[in-house]
Design a protein around this ligand. Structure first.
Ligand code: DX5
Ligand code: ZN
Length: 224
C-alpha cells in the first residue's frame, strides 16, 4: 500500500500568520493544505470563506483541499472553485442533493469529495462513490480542531475502504479529526490514503518536527 498523503488543517494556527504557517508546512514536505470552511449552521463554529482560500492560493502551489462544513454548499461551489480550490468536499448531511453537488464540482473542473459525520451510516456513500474523487470519513464531530479521535472510526474506515475498492478504486479515502502519533496507527490500519492533521502538526513545535514524527509512525507501520 502506498504512503499516505498528509493534509494539514490550518484550523489551529494563528490566523494572523496564516501565510507563514502554510509556507512552513510546505517547506516541511506536507502534500496538501486542508482548509476547513464553517458556517455556524452546519457546525457551531465559523471560520472563513473563498476570500481566505484565494489568499492561501497565492502563497502555496500545493493542492488546496477545501472541506465545506456549510449548509447548501451548492450555493458557493463556484466561488470556491474560482478562489483556487483543487479538491472540494461537501457533506452528505448538508444538502438535499449531494449527487447534484458532486456533479457541480466536477463540472467546475475540480476534484469532488463527499464527507460523512461520525453518526451517518456509510451507506450514504454507496450511490455516490462511483462519481467521487475523494471519500472523507470524519473521525470527530466536525466543528473544532483538537478533539479526540472517535474509536469506532477505525472499523468504519475499513468498511469504507472495502466499499471504495469494490465500487471505485480510483477514489481516495481521507480521514479527518483527532489524528496524532497515537491514533495514526489506527488510521493506517484502516487504510487511509489521505490523513488530515491539525493540532498534531501545528502546535508549539515546528511543523517539520511534527511531520517527521508522524512519518516515523508511517515508516514503523511499513507504509513509507
Ligand atoms: C474538524 C475539521 C478538521 C480538524 C482537524 O471539524 O474538519 O479538519 O480541524 O484538526 P485536528 O487534527 O486537531 O483534529
Ligand atoms: Zn476538515
Amino acid at each position: 500500500m502506498p504512503k499516505p498523503l498528509f493534509a494539514p488543517s490550518v484550523l489551529t494556527v494563528d490566523f494572523a500568520r496564516l501565510g507563514e504557517a502554510i509556507r512552513e508546512a510546505e517547506e516541511a514536505g506536507v502534500d496538501w493544505i486542508h482548509l476547513d470552511v464553517m458556517d455556524g449552521r452546519f457546525v457551531p463554529n465559523l471560520t472563513f470563506g473563498p476570500l481566505v482560500v484565494e489568499a492561501v492560493r497565492r502563497v502555496t502551489s500545493l493542492p488546496l483541499d477545501v472541506h465545506l462544513m456549510i449548509v447548501e454548499p451548492e450555493r458557493y461551489l463556484k466561488d470556491f472553485a474560482m478562489a483556487g480550490a483543487d479538491w472540494i468536499t461537501i457533506h452528505v448531511e448538508a444538502t438535499y442533493h449531494p449527487h447534484r453537488g458532486v456533479q457541480q464540482v466536477r463540472e467546475l473542473g475540480k476534484k469532488a469529495g463527499l464527507a460523512v459525520n461520525p453518526g451517518t451510516p456509510l451507506e450514504a456513500f454507496e450511490p455516490l462513490l462511483p462519481e467521487l474523487d475523494l471519500a472523507l470519513l470524519m473521525s470527530v464531530n466536525p466543528g473544532f480542531g483538537g478533539q479526540r479521535y472517535i474509536p469506532s472510526s477505525t472499523a468504519r474506515l475499513k468498511a469504507l475502504k472495502e466499499m471504495r475498492d469494490r465500487l471505485n478504486p480510483a477514489c481516495l479515502v481521507e480521514v479527518d479529526g483527532g489524528v496524532n502519533e497515537k491514533t495514526l496507527p489506527l488510521v493506517l490500519q484502516g487504510g487511509a490514503d489521505v490523513v488530515v492533521a491539525g493540532s498534531a502538526l501545528f502546535n508549539e513545535r515546528p511543523v517539520a518536527e511534527n511531520l517527521k514524527r508522524l512519518k516515523e509512525v508511517v515508516h514503523a507501520f511499513g507504509r513509507g
